[in-house]
Ligand binder design. Structure first.
Ligand code: HH2
Length: 280
């Protein structure tokens, strides 16, 4: 059994978990942003849990190429009222941020996980998380969000992403973040072409061998549009297929927009593992 220490919770990752995306932004690529609408954010969070989400991931700054950066205070102002309302829901709350001051503010409020697309590389980020009991997701990204898709380049994408994640996990451990708080993520779509993303999805079992639980965020991403020709609001089937492939490859957490559809797919996957305990 793989137990993830996640703030107030111990998450049993022997069965894969669904992390529901809650974007408190105004520019998310999937068009689901909810900047400054606390009531609607809470309603969507509750709906996601009802649909089968195991945890929530709140972000207040879009990472879409070309998105306008959000100042620290605005990011905190968008997140704090929603976090305060969601802390009582009884599930782990993750905050998607790359800013140490936002991490500190959210950890002080009591969030259970920091999800950082910069893998705690910003000055002060390691220390901000080390002083807490929160879990952390360390994600790979080549370049920075604004320009990352300009000309991504790798000799061997799987080896390079694996080695980067290994180094960031080592840095986290050295900073005092225990290994049972660390999750790794290859960062689908973050400085990667379609071929790079596919190589990583195929190679997920290799990344999993590193020993840390792996999170996969493929939901509605442009790689799925490239494969299927579907616009972002019609990628639900492709997203479910991708989540299933990630789990089959050893991924333990899938970060998704479409919770109910993913939940059913993972139930089918789980049934093939355990023999099935469901009704006919
Ligand atoms: N993808 C996005 C944002 N955060 N975090 C992790 N760990 N892994 C991911 O793949 C990942 C992430 C981008 O998706 P989304 O939040 O839906 O869009 P936007 O950044 O435009 O708000």
């Amino acid at each position: 059994m793989t137990l993830l220490v996640c703030g107030r919770f111990r998450l049993d990752l022997s069965a894969p978990k669904i992390m529901a995306i809650l974007n408190l932004t105004d520019g998310s690529f999937s068009g689901d942003g909810l900047a400054d609408n606390v009531g609607e954010a809470v309603r969507r969070a509750e709906a996601a849990l009802e649909a089968g989400a195991d945890m929530l991931d709140l972000g207040a700054e879009s990472t879409r190429p070309g998105a306008v950066p959000v100042p620290v205070e605005m990011e905190i102002d968008r997140l704090a009222p929603v976090v305060e309302r969601l802390l009582g829901l009884g599930v782990p709350l993750s905050v998607d941020t790359m800013k140490p001051r936002v991490m500190q503010a959210m950890l002080a409020l009591g969030v259970d996980m920091i999800n950082d697309i910069m893998a705690l590389r910003a000055p002060g980020a390691l220390a901000a998380v080390a002083g807490s009991r929160a879990a952390v997701c360390l994600m790979h990204m080549q370049g920075e969000p604004r320009t990352m898709q300009d000309r991504p380049h790798y000799q061997d994408v799987l080896a390079e992403v694996g080695s980067f994640l290994g180094m960031r996990a080592a840095a986290a451990l050295a900073a005092g973040i225990a290994g049972d708080r660390i999750v790794l993520d290859p960062g689908f779509g973050f400085g990667k072409t379609l071929d790079h993303n596919l190589a990583l999805l195929r190679g997920l079992p290799v990344l999993v061998q590193g020993g840390f639980p792996v999170l996969a965020g493929l939901s509605r991403k442009s790689m799925l549009g490239q494969i299927t020709g579907q616009p972002v609001d019609a990628r639900i089937h492709a997203s479910v297929a991708a989540a299933l492939l990630a789990v089959e490859g050893g991924g333990r957490i899938v970060r998704v927009h479409d919770v109910a559809a993913t939940r059913d797919a993972l139930k089918v996957w789980q049934a093939t593992r355990t023999g099935g305990e469901c009704e006919a």
